[in-house]
Design a protein around this ligand. Sequence first.
Ligand code: GTP
Ligand code: ZN
Length: 359
Amino acid sequence: MGLAPDITELLARARGDLRMGVPVVLTGTEGAAVVLAAETLTADRLAAAKALGAAALAITGRRAETLKARAYDGDVARVRVPADADAAWVAGVADPAGDLRTPMKGPLVTDRDGTADLHRAAIALCKAARLLPAAVVVPLADTDLALREGLTAVPAADVSPEGLSPLHRLVAARVPLEAAERSRLHIFRPDDGAEEHYAIEIGDADRNKPVLCRLHSACFTGDLLGSLKCDCGPQLQGALAQMGSEGEGILLYLNQEGRGIGLANKMRAYSLQDQGFDTVEANHRLGFEDDERDFRIGAALLREMGFAKVRLMTNNPAKVERLESCGIEVVERVPLKVGETRFNHHYLQTKARKSGHLL
Ligand SMILES: Nc1nc2c(ncn2[C@@H]2O[C@H](COP(=O)(O)OP(=O)(O)OP(=O)(O)O)[C@@H](O)[C@H]2O)c(=O)[nH]1
Ligand SMILES: [Zn+2]
């Protein structure tokens, strides 16, 4: 291998660029386009992009639903950016924060001709960068632009790789815990430059038997701050305590904050919840699905640790299904009912009603 970055490395670079507000170029079978994440868009860059051609703001079908815009491409809508639109217009369409204050943003005209492949890939890149799922996309006649301007260029077809990036166990060490003194923390790092994930191994479980397991998704507010809005903190401590009392278990701490949308977007969702929307509606208004987590990561970590069968501590039957579809046998679902407060009662009810969680 030479010195040039491969496609995985270029994708990591593209995510970093979008987070900083630097445009990237996506290439496809029917041409190329320059892409700017709506969240990090500046007035200067918008003006420069508009000078290149007809700009569209790619948003998800979910966001389009809230805005009453026609999504001709199903999961994606291509909203025409009017000639006089500024960065504030883009922010208003992409970000629901001001929806109640200024409900009428339209009329929003959406494109139906041609393909939305580049737009779909642009949104996927924004999601992977943990930004709002919206991007300004301008078709490029000039194919040398990326090279001339020093922009990262990636084929749209490679934006959402089929396979999961391999995760490597980097290091492990003893970390005695209050809940279980015989504990080791293992660090896993993916090849693709995305977040690391952790496994906390309690005791020394037999690899041939089903292991008591918790697939815990990062929740900065619940796990670290003791937020009463969710039940994550008590679930984390409760799972460790049960593993401690049984003498063995494995807790996977997956850095998929906010069900995979990132902490900034989760706080946007919380802010919508302050306006009266529930946890699922808030995700949809932002343009996300209810749950954007990738459970293949949990399955891959379990396999790396040598486990194929688990007793899964969860109240979420979908989690059981999704883990099984990734090749892990869930021999038992162990309920984990702790931490109901007067602040999260509605949240837990909503999860039960809309996401099938068991109360
Ligand atoms: N987007 C979003 N994420 C949230 C919200 N509240 C908690 N989370 C995140 O949700 C994840 C936990 O998922 P939950 O839906 O509570 O539970 P679960 O993992 O599906 O099911 P259990 O195994 O029973 O805990 C963590 O990553 C939290 O950061 C919210 O209102 N919006
Ligand atoms: Zn939480």
